[in-house]
Structure formats: structure tokens, C-alpha cells
Design a protein around this ligand. Structure first.
Ligand code: ADP
Ligand code: MG
Length: 246
């Protein structure tokens, strides 16, 4: 089911993507990386640090066009992205950060988003006054305000303490369920991926390619403890075998 004229999935087929290393030589970040995420689904990219996850998100977001291959965005391609660092405008309040990013959002919509992310009491605060957890939530509210066809989240829970990370994880899961936004989230935490995603893409060490795709059979969040544990073990084994030299 796709809106008229829009694509029904996110399709990534990157033949290769090279960076330039400090000594001027090409450094291959992505190699034959292919993935498909149907519209309305949540996908998680899981892979070791430095394998190329942020590089891939930047390609999908259209921030970097220097690669070989094709990327097709779902629906009409309107993008919301939350970077690892929240990147809010420091001289604007939380509410103004949202209004500036989404000028077509009504005041009612802005208020509802602030409410959804438990930010109402921080609406008039400036980013410098916010903890990292609050700033992440503000960045997420800003990304959602534009009503994206695709939401890209780069390690949204990293550097938060365990309780805050769980709280934000559950909030993200509830929001993407309720709004049915196609979402791609980067994480290096398998249990986080299992809690958030319908489909998990396990990436190899750099240069990244998709080694294994795992579909979560049950609706997200309703997976029993044992089933979640089995999936985690399966994913762990796949990641570990990729690290072992052949
Ligand atoms: N702009 C850049 N120039 C040169 N090398 C880069 C650049 N961006 C990333 N890299 C390198 O590419 C590899 C993948 O980086 P990145 O995509 O940030 O990994 P991840 O997000 O999975 O941790 C790393 O070795 C990193 O040092
Ligand atoms: Mg990264």
C-alpha cells in the first residue's frame, strides 16, 4: 500500500562507497550493500563500530551523493533524521526548533508532539539548558514534525543511562507504531534492535554489507522473552562468525 505515485519500500543497492583516508588512499566503507524495508515497517541496522552505519544513513538521507549504486526512498521521500548529536539551533527554544523545521505544522500539532515526547514543560527552554536525553527527544520531535515518509535515527539511545535509554526506546517504539512511519534505526545493541524493529539487518565489519536479514515474526513489543532471547542468540552468532577470520 503506497501513496499514489510513491514507492512501496526503501530500496538500497549500494555497489560501493569509498571515503578518503588520512593518507589520501580510498577507504571502502560500503561494499555491495543491499536492503529492502517495506513501507510502514521499522528496520534496524546493527553492526560493529566503524563498519559504515552512519555513512549509509548519510547516503540514504541524500547528504552524500558520492557513491556507486541506487537508493530509492519510500513514498514521496520526505525525510526526518535524528543524528547522534541532537544538532538543535542553540539560540532557539525547543518549540521554535520544531516550528522552524516544520513551518507548516499547526500550533496544535507542535503541542501534541511536545506532549508525546514529554517535553511540554521544556517548550520554552533553550538547547543549552537540556540534558542529552531531553535534547534527543527534542530532535526526535523536530524530525517527526515534518511528517516524514522515512525516519532515520542514528544511535538514538547511545550515551543515555540504562533507565533513560529504556524509556526513550519504548517511546520511539510507541510513536512509530502509532504513526506507522517507515523507520530505519542504527544501533549496536541487539536487544534494542529486537525491541524496536520488524526487520533487522546485520552488517559485516567494514566495508559494510548486509550479512543476514532477520524478520521479527510477532508484532514488535509482543515478542515473548524466550523468542526474543532466541533471536538475540541467532543474531549474536551471525555477528560473531563474521568477525572470525575464515
Ligand atoms: N568523512 C570521512 N572521511 C574519511 N573517512 C571516514 C569519513 N567518515 C567515516 N569515515 C570512516 O569510514 C568508516 C565508517 O565510518 P562510519 O560510517 O562513521 O561508521 P559507524 O557509524 O558504523 O561507526 C570508519 O572507518 C570511519 O573512520
Ligand atoms: Mg556512526
Amino acid at each position: 500500500m503506497s501513496p499514489a505515485g510513491g514507492a512501496a519500500s526503501l530500496d538500497v543497492a549500494v555497489t560501493h562507497k569509498d571515503h578518503t583516508s588520512a593518507d589520501g588512499r580510498p577507504l571502502r566503507a560500503l561494499d555491495e550493500l543491499r536492503l529492502t524495508l517495506p513501507i510502514g515497517k521499522a528496520g534496524a541496522l546493527v553492526g560493529p563500530s566503524g563498519c559504515g552505519k552512519t555513512t549509509l544513513l548519510r547516503l540514504i538521507a541524500g547528504l552524500d551523493h558520492d557513491y556507486a549504486g541506487h537508493i530509492r526512498l519510500p513514498a514521496h521521500g520526505r525525510l526526518g533524521m535524528v543524528f547522534q548529536e541532537p544538532r538543535l539551533l542553540p539560540w532557539r527554544s525547543v518549540a521554535d526548533n520544531i516550528r522552524i523545521a516544520a513551518p507548516e505544522a499547526t500550533e496544535q500539532e507542535v503541542a501534541a508532539l511536545l506532549d508525546d515526547l514529554s517535553l511540554a514543560e521544556h517548550a520554552a527552554h533553550y538547547p543549552g539548558e537540556l540534558s542529552l536525553g531531553l535534547a534527543r527527544r527534542a530532535a526526535l520531535a523536530r524530525a517527526l514534525a515534518i511528517k516524514p515518509d522515512l525516519l532515520l535515527l542514528d544511535e538514538p539511545l547511545v550515551s543515555l543511562d540504562a533507565a533513560l535509554a529504556r524509556e526513550l526506546r519504548d517511546k520511539i517504539a510507541a510513536l512509530i507504531d502509532e504513526k506507522r512511519i517507515t523507520t530505519l534505526v542504527v544501533t549496536h545493541d541487539l536487544s534494542e534492535a529486537i525491541a524496536l524493529a520488524d526487520r533487522i539487518f546485520l552488517l559485516s565489519p567494514r566495508p559494510a554489507r548486509v550479512m543476514t536479514t532477520l524478520d521479527i515474526p510477532t508484532p514488535r513489543g509482543r515478542l515473548g522473552k524466550e523468542a526474543a532471547q532466541a533471536l538475540e542468540t541467532q543474531a549474536h552468532d551471525a555477528l560473531a562468525s563474521a568477525r572470525r577470520p575464515l
